[in-house]
Design a protein around this ligand. Structure first.
Ligand SMILES: Cc1ncc(COP(=O)(O)O)c(C=O)c1O
Length: 483
């Protein structure tokens, strides 16, 4: 077989007859299961082993004749060995990345085998039924208003998009404007008020919705939380529709906006409160942590990711909306070919931006069914406990300073100037022992760690704290690199 001019194992075969289910398929499923299991279960360093091999492994021209399924799969397994970063390890703290729970992975494999298109009920009753159950369970678990509906999305970005489209639709409706037929040009004014820590994905959605020029940033406190006094001032200053975007867990430090205040002010002016709770909304499942989110149920829409703190495999976003009419109104589509006699009741495509998509609900259902109410709460509480433990171990050691209190599962530390910070991150990530990301917090260079993995606990953090302290000391002792 040719790959960039090299001969690798396996014979070239002619393309299999498309109408036959490939008989050796059993072998390829066993190969995938074995390789996948070994990847997940192994104690691998958190590095991509040999990314320089990927060009050869994936490269070359499109084969004229196809290859046997086993040959193809073997090549893919080798590519994964070379270039898949084991971000499911409990010492991975970069971005906000959960580790896939085994039951979710197994369910996801099954869903792939079922090959369901979870757009409409008539072609995937299993996806629709699972989605309805997940909606019921999650609305209850997260304590959202009982009438809340849920759409499954590719991630929190598209969940934000669905929710903000509903917000725009409803707010313009208040002023007699139908955005679906009349568009945005010449529409009544809309004021969009966002916090200082609003995630970039919300900004992207506001751009896509044609609202970027109507946004004002509300002043924030030292933890990046919206100042309700300033919010009230801005909300009362103008006229027209109002959308407020709050944060349940900011990406850098995990802070939560004063949600009850946000809801009171927004609704006083007839506005719509959307909350980005990409990972933080899961804290609502824990009776211990719920008070931190007081008032969360008063919002009009919420976005969240199951692939973050709930630890489903990628990808699974959640768009929740308390106003079904607004969500459906914003996303409504119709076509003759969609109007089949079998279509009845709920069709997932009415609750999200995507039309065709894989059936995420059975996999989401499997993780929720496996963990149960107590398991989800324990997962979230364990992450917070581990984050607090790490912060305690680091704060005040060798010049390291915690920049904000640990509210949920994010730890934000200052270790030195920008050069030192980047060097510490580079050394840590290169060592394979743990993985972090640098950031700048209110002008100060920092390392941020997101504790979002179901396997991270206090014991893991004891090891990680030692690694961070050693690396910080080593980089400090080495001094700046010679030019
Ligand atoms: C607070 C917040 N909102 C939204 C997003 C975007 O989520 P996704 O990458 O699933 O689209 C992220 C991603 O980390 C996030 O942290």
């Amino acid at each position: 077989m040719e790959a960039s001019g090299k001969i690798v194992s396996g014979a070239v075969v002619s393309a299999p007859a498309p109408q036959h289910f490939d008989d050796p398929a059993g072998d390829i499923f066993a190969m995938a299961a074995q390789a996948g299991r070994a990847f997940m279960a192994g104690d691998r360093p958190i590095v991509a082993k040999a990314p320089h091999l990927l060009e050869d492994l994936f490269g070359g021209g499109l084969p004229e004749a196809g290859h046997g399924a086993q040959v193809t799969l073997q090549r893919l397994i080798e590519a994964g060995e070379a270039g898949a970063l084991p971000s499911g390890r409990p010492e991975f703290f970069g971005y906000v990345v959960g580790g896939a729970h085994p039951v979710g992975v197994a369910a996801d494999w099954l869903v792939s085998a079922w090959d369901q298109c979870a757009a409409v009920n008539d072609i995937s009753p299993v996806a629709v039924a699972a989605e309805q159950t997940c909606q019921r369970w999650l609305v209850d678990l997260l304590g959202l208003p009982p009438q809340t509906v849920m759409g499954l999305t590719s991630g929190c970005t598209t969940a934000n998009l669905a929710c903000l489209a509903a917000a725009r639709h409803a707010q313009l409706r208040r002023f007699g404007w139908d955005v679906n037929s009349q568009g945005v040009a010449g529409a009544p004014p809309l004021r969009v008020l966002v916090g200082d820590s609003t995630h970039v994905s919300v900004w992207r959605c506001l751009r896509l919705l044609g609202l970027a020029d109507q946004v004002t940033v509300v002043r924030a406190d030292g933890q990046g939380r919206m100042d309700p006094g300033h919010l009230a001032e801005l909300a009362s200053a103008g006229t027209g529709g109002l959308i407020v975007c709050g944060q349940v867990g900011s990406t850098d430090c995990g802070s939560v906006d004063p949600l009850a205040e946000l809801a009171r002010i927004t609704h006083e002016f007839g506005g719509w409160l959307h909350l980005d709770g990409a990972y933080g909304l899961w804290a609502a499942s824990s009776p211990q942590l719920r008070p931190l989110l007081a008032g969360v149920e008063l919002a009009d829409s919420w976005s969240c990711d199951a692939h973050k703190w709930l630890n489903t495999p990628y990808d699974c976003g959640l768009a929740f909306c308390a106003d079904e009419t607004a969500l459906r109104g914003a996303l409504a589509i119709d076509a003759g070919y969609l109007d089949t006699p079998e279509r009845k009741g709920r069709d997932p495509l009415d609750f999200r931006v995507e039309m065709s998509q894989r059936a995420r609900a059975p996999m989401l259902w499997a993780v929720l069914h496996h963990l149960g109410r107590a398991g989800v709460a324990a997962l979230v509480e364990r992450g917070c406990q581990a984050a607090r433990h790490l912060a305690r171990r680091l704060d005040g050691q060798d010049g390291i300073r915690l920049l904000t209190p640990v509210v949920l599962n994010q730890v934000l530390i200052h270790v030195g100037d920008l050069r030192h910070t980047r060097q510490v991150v580079e050394e840590l990530n290169g060592s394979g022992t743990c993985w972090t990301t640098p950031t700048t917090w209110q002008g100060i260079p920092a390392i941020r760690m997101s504790v979002s993995n179901w396997r991270t606990d206090v014991g893991v953090m004891d090891r990680v704290a030692g690694q961070i302290l050693d690396t910080h000391a080593l980089v400090g002792a080495a001094g700046p690199p010679t030019p």
